[in-house]
Design a binder for this molecule. Structure first.
Ligand SMILES: [Zn+2]
Length: 295
């Protein structure tokens, strides 16, 4: 089984990205895994602190490991948006493959100081652990927002990215490049799309020289996503699109079986709805299957 680092390196060489999908129950995990098997590409599943709290840190680590081992399939586990070292250490000890250490809400000096400490402490547990740091403002909450926050002042610059990576030693950087957590109602309805600053991504890639993650990918223009990947994005996070599909699938399942109480008879439409979203995003990130997992 190749390591996540090796797969990221391979993705970088092939100019494709690995899809990262947030999960908070076994239905979502089942759907993401089924989609990755169908498209036959590696996949990352992630859980924020809130999502981990709900599922259980060691429980989800055991579930993902069991899929990886039983199916000999490259599915990896990320501790998304971790705001304290204690929570990061908990995930690292449970066997997570990567940690997103997110102190982007703090002043940059404090973000640098604490992220550097976290990189050292997390790698002391597993030297192969990948640590991601965050700079800039991309908003919070993978939910449906009424109005768009003004994030223009929080965009990342190449110089800031270079300094942050040099000072902290992170393996992966998550910059603010026009992306945003959550979706607007108009995006859920397909009327508007998020647009990305491709030049900024290319500049940050040259300056920082590390793997780059795009957070808040839900509702982004397809062509912008392709260009962003060509410009140096290696991981794309999708959460809200899955949550929307999960809810619609559930409403569908309940409506189709108004008197049913058996969960495994109600839930298949949820799995199918989420699987479709994930498979379509994976195909886009992998440019018509150039990154077959066995290749
Ligand atoms: Zn995020």
């Amino acid at each position: 089984m190749p390591s996540l680092r090796n797969l990221l390196q391979e993705a970088q060489e092939k100019r494709v990205a690995i899809g990262h999908f947030n999960i908070s129950d076994l239905v979502l995990l089942k759907a993401v895994f089924a989609a990755a098997q169908e498209v036959d590409v590696p996949v990352l599943v992630g859980l924020s602190e809130g999502e981990r709290e709900f599922v259980g840190v060691r429980q989800i680590a055991a579930a993902v490991r069991s899929l990886r081992e039983e199916f000999d399939f490259p599915i990896f586990l990320n501790a998304d948006h971790t705001h304290s070292l204690a929570k990061g250490l908990e995930a690292a000890r449970a066997g997570f493959d990567s940690i997103v250490f997110d102190l982007s809400a703090l002043p940059i000096e404090e973000n640098v100081r604490q992220t550097k400490q976290a990189v050292e402490a997390l790698k002391a547990i597993h030297p192969s652990m990948l640590v991601e740091g965050e700079i800039g403002d991309i908003g919070t909450g993978s939910e449906i927002h009424e109005s768009a926050p003004d994030l223009s002042k929080g965009l990342s610059t190449p110089e800031e990215a270079r300094q942050f990576v040099e000072s902290t030693g992170v393996d992966i950087l998550a910059p603010a490049v026009g992306n945003m957590h959550g979706m607007l109602k108009s995006m859920v309805q397909g009327e508007t799309k998020k647009r990305l600053d491709i030049e900024r991504i290319a500049g940050i890639k040259r300056a920082a020289g590390v793997f780059l993650t795009l957070h808040g990918g839900s509702g982004t223009d397809d062509e912008d996503l392709r260009k962003a990947i060509a410009a140096g994005i290696n991981i794309v996070h999708i959460n809200t699109e899955l949550r929307v599909a999960w809810r619609r699938g559930l409403e569908d399942g309940l409506a189709k079986h108004p008197d049913e109480v058996v969960p495994y008879k109600i839930l298949p439409p949820v799995v199918e709805a989420v699987k479709q979203v994930v498979a379509s995003r994976l195909r886009l990130f992998n440019g018509e299957g150039r990154f077959a997992r066995g290749a």
